[in-house]
Design a protein around this ligand. Structure first.
Ligand code: ADP
Length: 398
């Protein structure tokens, strides 16, 4: 069975074709600048790039080209579109409707529309992508895999804000959490690596990329996570501020004479390690600047690490202990400094980093000493595979 995984943004589309017989990725691709001048598709097969530059006015044009690239005689990986058994779509927000992935039908499409108010930037392109695929592959089953679904197991004490209760009832204002597919994938993977059933493990997963979040996973269920009503809450991120005193919002609005929308943009796009360092939102640039003595780069990194460390402490308290900590995503997988500094001072919990073992990037490895009672791992995330696995389970049951 071959499954196409689609992750649709407002002007971009990422895809992968995965052969589920061996879980190998046959082709990966990115379509950029959909609906903008300079549209471009880049497909990679066995490391070899195939680039098509041609106007793509809509997501449907983009999907059409993706299918053409996949069946291309020279650069493709399948003979015909019929080889695609199902499509798995990444969908950002499923609200409270979906705690699991689901086969897409009219009712699901309606629910996705209803969730647009919760994720106005993300759900509309996801919906557009699904409609584009449905138009071109009307008989192929499609599955929605939600970023929020894994965190639907959070108890109400973890997901409620102490705001007037009616705001939750009227507008659905509560914590939803994001990156669920990644937290689920790495927690399941680390349980396999450790060789213990999920039911026996208390895991803290740290997804540290441009967007960043931690999750507390007890017996395989997410019991808390750092992102909230939106992806702005929690950790410091590339350009997002994470947790701040909410009273700062009206204060800045007045002091800087900004609209609510402008403050929202400031917190989402101009803050985080970018805002603190003044250097970049990319951690590689900030690490380089810090190494050259840039003090604000040092500050940005320290504020970032400190926040992750605090969440690890909080989630250990929330679960009454921790057995395994996982680092994943761009920074978690690649930065030994990040892993080392976050874990520094956690010896009291039973975390002992082995600096030699921690000296690598982009691999699946244990980074703690043999006598460390808490095991810390770097596990490369694979959201696409998780989406394909869910899709297969649902389609197999049809
Ligand atoms: P997202 O999917 O949220 O865009 P990624 O998980 O791809 O993010 O992570 C991207 C971030 O990872 C980059 O901004 C960069 O800061 C960080 N990163 C990637 N490689 C390295 C590295 N070798 N050292 C430090 N940071 C890295």
């Amino acid at each position: 069975m071959k499954i196409l995984v689609v992750n649709c943004g407002s002007s971009s589309l990422k895809y992968q074709l995965i052969d589920m017989s061996n879980e190998n990725s046959l082709a990966q691709g990115l379509v950029e600048r959909i609906g903008i001048e300079g549209s471009k598709l880049t497909q990679k097969v066995n490391g070899e790039k195939y680039i098509i530059e041609q106007p793509m006015a809509s997501h449907q044009d983009a999907i059409k080209l993706v299918l053409e690239a996949l069946v291309d005689e020279t650069h493709g990986v399948i003979k015909s579109m019929d080889e695609i058994s199902a499509v798995g779509h990444r969908v950002v927000h499923g609200g409270e409707n979906y705690a699991e992935s689901v086969l897409i039908d009219d009712e699901v499409m309606k629910a996705l529309e209803e969730c647009v108010k919760l994720a106005p930037l993300h759900n509309p392109p996801n919906i557009t992508g699904i409609n584009a695929c449905k138009a071109l592959m009307p008989n192929t089953p499609m599955v929605a895999v939600f970023d929020t679904a894994f965190h639907q197991t959070m108890p109400d004490k973890a997901f409620m804000y102490a705001l007037p209760y009616e705001l939750y009832e009227k507008h659905g204002i509560r914590r939803y959490g994001m990156h669920g597919t990644s937290h689920r994938y790495v927690s399941q993977r680390v349980a396999e690596v450790v060789g213990k059933p999920m039911e026996e493990l208390k895991i803290i997963t740290c997804h540290l990329g441009n967007g960043a979040s931690c999750a507390a996973i007890n017996k395989g269920k997410s019991v808390d996570t750092s992102m909230g009503f939106t992806p702005l809450e929690g950790l410091v991120m590339g350009t997002r501020c994470g947790d701040i005193d909410p009273a700062i919002v009206p204060f800045i609005q007045k002091a800087e004479n900004l609209t609510a929308q402008e403050v929202d943009t400031l917190m989402n796009k101009k803050s985080g390690v970018f805002g603190l360092s003044g250097v970049s939102s990319d951690f590689r640039d900030i690490e380089d600047a810090e190494a050259k003595g840039n003090d604000r780069a040092r500050l940005a990194l320290e504020v970032f690490y400190y926040r992750v460390k605090k969440y690890i402490g909080a989630y250990t308290a929330a679960m009454g202990g921790v057995d395994v900590i996982v680092f994943t995503a761009g920074l978690g997988e690649n930065s030994k400094e990040c892993r080392e500094f976050v874990c520094e001072g956690l010896e009291y919990l039973g975390v002992k980093i082995d600096k030699e073992k921690n000296n690598f990037r982009g691999e699946e490895r244990l980074i703690t000493t043999d006598d460390s009672t808490v095991k810390v791992y770097a596990i490369p995330t694979n959201e696409e595979l998780m989406i394909a696995k869910d899709t297969k389970v649902i389609v197999d049951a049809l």
